[in-house]
Design a protein around this ligand. Structure first.
Ligand code: XMP
Length: 513
């Protein structure tokens, strides 16, 4: 199916993915490509519009990313953002200068809302600025459509050639009316129809998969996480019993998680597929015995996972396809535009190199995480699976500091279940990026009844984050922390102290190991 598309041309900006996501939130499909993409390729893709991203460089820098000015002659609408705006100006004969001080943060911008980009936007609107260079003189013929006291060309346009640019970042939330501007660009300038809808994506992908797979055999490593679950269900809908899902329970899952996965995908579940659950808890605990070094633990868990998966795959024999739950951010991060580098998912410690398969199927390759969740809902996957928080491949192995034992797994599972229940009950879970309990390796003295105790301390963590690269500790209401603490020390044997982790990332990481 030929779909309408916006190309986001990446000039190294930190918001490249975000721009594509925002465009897709307008129901228009967008892909991120490197600025080096050839004009021929662009023409071949036939986009409805192009957006130049921001970037950390100055247009005058020797190694600055630049495209040729011929791109402006294609007749395709272009919106330049930040560096992309300066580049447009520079390539078309305007002047870019370096300001003595940067303009950074939320800034009130005066805009001309007779411009199609700003239709329906307030005359004074708060936008997110982050730049040192600025356009001091727009190229000939361009009309200036926004200014700030320090930025004479905060937006400019040449409607006859469908060229538009903004110095600020419409894609970030701090730009209060940014979505309206992006929507104006894709609908009013690029004349998009808004055909990017998850139901039609799901339907057409299932058809595509069916065509590709024919009567081949398919193998999927199901972790119970959002991506592998959605990928598995798509495959099940496409080829039913030709699909075998192997679910390795490494004994490091959250409380009841193994059974939850089985209830959905197993024989009593909703889908028509072959499901194999491997209860490998003891194998993992045996391998982890006495190991305390975090990287070594991760390596052991990853390798053992592959070994167990391989053993099961061997029993099935040769398969034609192996399913991977790769999603679009993985594709973008593992080398823009370069051919299908398959990121060795730290989840499962890489691809099983000996499993005999001919090809990889990646049904979610072009989806962002929130779109994967939407697709999951379209497919009727239960909400508790679809809205699951990210959970690391090595599981509770990285939430138990030091040696992992079955007893410690029990403690952290119980504490984590109580904590999650209390946070959800208080309705605080909606805004949190991730929250969980971890088991510190610290034991300390306490008193319970009239007895001295010498037990473990549980650490509670809750973070706000949108990208998981940086995070802030969340300010959970004291009442919630207090309730969870009381319940944990009363209900979980072996715990006499609960601590709250107030550290952001950096300097801490989200997980403890
Ligand atoms: P850190 O601890 O590095 O975590 O701040 C960032 C995000 O990545 C998740 N994470 C993992 N996810 N396999 C995964 O699939 C892993 O080995 C792994 N380690 C950390 C973590 O839960 C957080 O969301």
């Amino acid at each position: 199916m030929k779909r309408e598309m916006i190309i986001v041309l990446d000039f190294g900006g930190q918001y490249n993915q975000l721009i594509a996501r925002r465009v897709r939130e307008c129901d228009v499909y967008a892909e991120v490509h490197p600025y080096t993409m050839s004009l021929e390729k662009i023409k071949e893709m036939n986009p409805k519009g192009i957006i130049f991203t921001g970037g950390p460089n100055s247009v005058y820098g020797e190694d600055s990313p630049r495209c040729g000015a011929e791109i402006f002659e294609l007749g395709i609408p272009i919106l330049g953002i930040c560096y992309g705006s300066q580049l447009m100006s520079y390539l078309l004969g305007g002047t870019v200068e370096t300001a003595p001080v940067s303009e950074y943060g939320k800034t009130e911008v005066d805009i001309d809302n007779t411009s199609v980009i700003f239709e329906g936007v307030s005359e004074k609107t708060i936008c997110w600025m982050s730049h040192t260079d600025y356009i001091s003189k727009a190229p000939e013929g361009f009309k200036i459509t926004a200014t700030t006291p320090v930025c004479p060309v905060a937006a400019m346009e040449l409607p006859e050639k469908k060229l538009y640019s903004v110095q600020f970042h419409p894609e970030v939330m701090h730009t209060q009316e940014g979505m309206k501007m992006l929507s104006n660009f894709v609908y009013k300038v690029c004349a998009c129809q808004g055909s990017w809808k998850m139901d039609s994506f799901v339907e057409s992908t299932i058809q595509e998969i069916r065509g590709k797979i024919g009567d081949g055999k398919v193998l999927c490593a199901l972790s119970g996480g959002v991506d592998s679950s959605v990928a598995a269900v798509m495959l099940a809908k496409a080829v039913g019993k030709q699909l075998t899902c192997v679910f390795v329970d490494h004994g490091l899952l959250r409380k009841n998680e193994g059974d939850e996965v089985e209830s959905v995908f197993g024989p009593e579940g909703t889908y028509d597929l072959n499901f194999i659950r491997v209860n490998a808890q003891d194998r993992f605990y045996a391998k982890l015995k006495g190991v305390t070094e975090p990287e070594e633990k991760r390596k052991i868990i990853g390798e053992e996972f592959i070994r167990v998966f391989e053993e099961e795959a061997k029993k099935i024999g040769t398969v034609d396809f192996l399913v991977q739950g790769t999603i679009y951010p993985d594709v973008i991060e593992s080398g823009l535009g370069k051919s299908a580098t398959i990121k060795s998912h730290h989840n499962v410690g890489g691809l099983p190199d000996y499993v005999d398969f001919k090809e990889i199927v990646e049904p979610l390759r072009m989806l962002f995480k929130d779109e994967v969740r939407k697709a999951g809902r379209e497919l009727g996957i239960p909400e508790y699976l679809v809205s699951r928080q990210p959970f690391p491949g090595p599981g509770l192995g990285v939430r138990i500091i030091g040696e992992v034992t079955a007893e410690k797994v029990r403690i952290v599972q119980e504490a984590d279940a109580i904590y999650r229940e209390e946070v959800a009950k208080a309705g605080c879970d909606k805004d949190l990026g991730q929250y969980f309990a971890a088991l510190t390796n610290m034991r300390s003295v306490g008193v319970m009844g009239d007895e001295r105790t010498y037990d473990y301390a549980i650490a509670l963590r809750a973070v706000l984050t949108s990208d998981f690269m940086t995070a802030e500790a969340a300010e959970l209401p004291w009442a919630v922390l207090n309730k969870a603490t009381n319940r944990i020390v009363n209900e979980v044997k072996g715990v006499n102290r609960v601590l709250y982790d107030c550290t952001g990332k950096p300097p801490a990481t989200i997980e403890f190991e």
